[in-house]
Design a protein around this ligand. Structure first.
Ligand SMILES: [Zn+2]
Length: 290
């Protein structure tokens, strides 16, 4: 039996494929592939694995929206997406058929939530929400290290939010306009302030508005899952000062109505595993199949 497992993180701008030691989860080799067409991108992923010793199982952490219903013939395919060429792309079916090993797929944020639970800022925290704020806003919830799903995976990036009184930006979600993602993702900050988020100083109104919106997500999470931690990550979400600002705004927004979270300074934190959370989670998913 192979000592190795395979992991794939399927992202909107790049794919990462890797082999890990099955017992220690040590990274053995990795490749990064620019996301172009499904044929070219998945072909390059398979080329990587064909040049490696065989893997015993494969875990995939993918961008969404993704069909995660195991009873569906389209399990592991991309659902309707504005990303050109990717609607219906059979990420899971193509990789699993070519490698012929046990395989499973989760969303990137589900896998990241599990990884943070096992090895990151969520260790010892049975109920965990993981939020990435970057090109979009994605949310994964893990209970005891297992992603929570209903029929579909969660889409909490698209909740409606109450508008900040000083914000006139129209929003940029192609589906909802001014949903949370439409108002608070990285590109929304760029459009609203006409500069990179990294060049906005910590005391800029931009961050007060950003925290105001993300705190409303924390409130929804507190009232729907009552997580022990809400971990923020991503190009915008991992800004070092932001977690404390969201934390305070969330306490204001809960307005004293919560048994455990009304003055909980520990609820909102920055995730620890950075850009590797999704890929690590995919490797953990692979080992869980053995
Ligand atoms: Zn939306």
């Amino acid at each position: 039996v192979s000592e190795l497992v395979g992991a794939v993180e399927a992202g909107g701008t790049k794919f990462r494929a890797a082999v890990y030691d099955r017992a220690s989860l040590e990274l053995r080799d990795e490749v990064r592939i620019e996301t172009t067409t499904p044929d070219a991108t998945l072909g390059a992923v398979l080329e990587f694995f064909q040049a490696q010793p065989p893997v015993a199982a494969l875990g995939i952490a993918s961008f969404g929206p993704l069909i995660v219903d195991a009873a569906s013939g389209d399990y592991g395919s991309v659902a309707a997406t504005p990303k050109p060429g990717w609607t219906g792309a059979k990420i899971f079916a193509r990789l699993q058929a070519a490698l012929g090993v046990p395989a499973e797929i989760q969303t990137d944020v589900e896998a990241a939530a599990v990884a943070e639970y096992q090895r990151g800022a969520g260790q010892g925290q049975p109920s965990l929400a993981y939020v990435t704020v970057g090109t979009g806003i994605g949310v994964g919830v893990a209970i005891d290290g297992v992603p929570f799903r209903g029929r579909d995976h969660l889409e909490l990036g698209h909740i409606p939010v109450r508008r900040h009184p000083d914000d006139t930006f129209e929003g940029r979600c192609p589906f909802h306009g001014d949903c949370l993602e439409g108002l608070a993702c990285g590109p929304a900050l760029i459009d609203r302030w006409e500069t990179r988020p990294s060049s906005l100083p910590e005391d800029h109104l931009a961050w007060e508005i950003e925290a105001y919106y993300l705190a409303q997500l924390v409130r929804v999470l507190a009232y729907s899952f009552s997580p022990d931690r809400v971990l923020f990550s991503g190009g915008v979400g991992a800004r070092p000062h932001l977690a404390a600002q969201i934390s305070q705004a969330a306490i204001d927004d809960l307005a004293g109505y919560s048994v455990s979270h009304q003055d909980n300074q520990d609820l909102v934190q920055t995730a620890l595993l950075g850009n590797d959370a999704g890929l690590t989670g995919a490797a953990m998913l692979a080992t869980s199949l053995l």
